[in-house]
Design a protein around this ligand. Structure first.
Ligand SMILES: [Fe+2]
Length: 234
């Protein structure tokens, strides 16, 4: 019998409906595909970073590029009483100037910036780690909802991020499944507090990706409008 989350899963208790400012562009599905990154991020900027043993969404290691206090620390900002924004660059950022420039150029308030290294996992294994994120703990109600953005750093066209919205019971609704392709340069924004998510990685080598928390704001909105992938033929 394959794993499926039940009502006692820790994600179910994470708030869905709050007064935070949200972006219209994410309202429909909680997901927006952006155009592929038009340049390559040098391998030295992600292979050469300092990684910490930190498990989230499978057999993972994380390299923090920006954290709550600039230390190489994977713990939630909450451990330091801070919302996942107003992050400070860590020593890893010095090794990754292209990534740092990319995040700065978005122009929005960012929280944790990390490279994830994920070992291969098939769908059945990945399903055990499907979850929603607690991105907005301590976030004042009158500020912007924190969402997450990805850049795929390695080329894994046979792997995908599995997304599911909530059914009426607060559990993932299989009829809403979306599979986001993870080729090199793929970029997307996900409301990961709303959508259940996990990566199915069918490769035989680790998959690396940049994950950044951004606060919903006019600056993030205009960046997303600029970078959004247009439907074919438009
Ligand atoms: Fe997550």
């Amino acid at each position: 019998m394959s794993f499926w989350p039940t009502l006692d899963h820790w994600s179910v208790a994470i708030p869905l409906d709050t007064p935070h400012h949200r972006l219209d562009v994410l309202a429909d599905t909680g997901f927006v595909a952006l155009r592929d990154l038009p340049y390559e991020i040098p391998e030295s900027e992600f292979i050469g970073l300092e990684y910490m043993d930190w498990k989230s969404g499978g057999d993972t290691n994380f390299a923090p590029l920006a954290s709550a206090d600039g230390e190489l620390d994977c713990r939630g900002f909450w451990d330091k009483g801070k919302t996942d924004k107003d992050a400070l660059w860590t020593s890893n950022a010095e090794i990754a100037p292209t990534i740092r420039r990319y995040v700065d150029d978005v122009g929005a308030n960012f929280g944790r910036v990390r490279v994830i290294k994920l070992e291969p996992q098939d769908r059945e294994t990945a399903m055990r780690s499907i979850h929603r994120d607690d991105n907005n703990r301590f976030n004042p109600d009158d500020e912007g909802w924190v969402v997450r953005s990805w850049i795929e750093l390695t080329d894994n066209p046979d792997s995908y991020m599995l997304l599911m919205d909530n059914g009426p019971d607060g559990l993932p609704d299989p009829s809403t499944e979306v599979r986001v392709p993870l080729h090199r340069g793929a970029r997307f924004v996900v409301d990961t507090q709303r959508l259940w998510h996990v990566v199915v990685h069918n490769g035989d080598a680790p998959r690396y990706a940049l994950i950044t928390s951004f606060e919903s704001s006019p600056a993030l909105d205009s960046w997303m409008q600029r970078e959004q992938r247009q439907p074919a033929g438009v």
